[in-house]
Design a protein around this ligand. Structure first.
Ligand code: 5GP
Length: 194
């Protein structure tokens, strides 16, 4: 992306963001997301009450969800991040999961909670479940903000789910289109071009 240089501060109105035509239906409002994240944090704190789990944020899409979920988890928790890529900058999965950055914390013997933005085909989740089982994690569960409708049919078992969504490509609350729009506080359907 080529960018112009930053400008001096201005009191002029800023251009609308997102630009018209980039976002269609808002599937989940900020308030709906915040309420569900509080419920998930409580559910997880009860489940892991006798242990200190290791939350692993699967970057970059889960950055905002993981930060909010941790604060909704009112008990001791450790945190690490992993950068994984299967989409590149495109709208379709490449089918190959790549670990771009691995953990700093050993997962062996830990109760791992994989914090995901969205489980779509389940490829990323399956890859990470295998990865952490091989590393000797005591248990691995998945907490995904979003899951595609019909994914149970594909044999996916995501224990903690925020919302099921239809087959549109969505952006916001951490999810991007070509790395932009992660900072929208809601989740909407991307209707722009890449
Ligand atoms: P899966 O491996 O389950 O097919 O895909 C999981 C990853 O694909 C997610 O972590 C996310 O990065 C990306 N992804 C899948 N669907 C969408 C979508 O609708 N919007 C965005 N921004 N990313 C998606």
């Amino acid at each position: 992306m080529t960018d112009t240089a930053p400008s001096p501060p201005t009191s002029e109105p800023l251009a609308p963001y997102p630009a018209p035509g980039q976002v269609g239906a808002i599937l989940l409002t900020e308030a709906q997301i915040q309420e569900r994240v509080r419920e998930l944090g409580d559910e997880l704190a009860r489940k892991y009450r006798d242990t200190t789990p290791l939350f692993i944020a699967v970057m970059k899409g889960s950055v905002i969800f993981a930060a909010d979920l941790m604060r909704a988890f009112k008990a001791p928790v450790e945190f690490d991040v992993m950068v994984v890529s299967s989409y590149g900058d495109a709208l379709e999965t490449t089918g190959v999961v790549k670990i771009v950055k691995d953990l700093d914390t050993p997962a062996a013997g830990r109760h791992v909670v994989l914090v995901e933005d969205i489980v779509d085909t389940g490829l990323t989740m399956q890859y990470l479940l295998d990865h952490f089982s091989k590393q000797g994690a005591a248990s691995v569960s998945v907490c995904s903000l979003l899951v595609r409708e019909g994914s149970e049919a594909a044999g996916l078992n995501v224990e903690h789910i925020g919302f099921e969504i239809p087959h549109d490509f969505v952006i916001g609350y951490g999810l991007d289109a070509a790395q932009i729009y992660r900072n929208l506080p809601y989740i909407g359907v991307f209707t722009g071009d890449l």
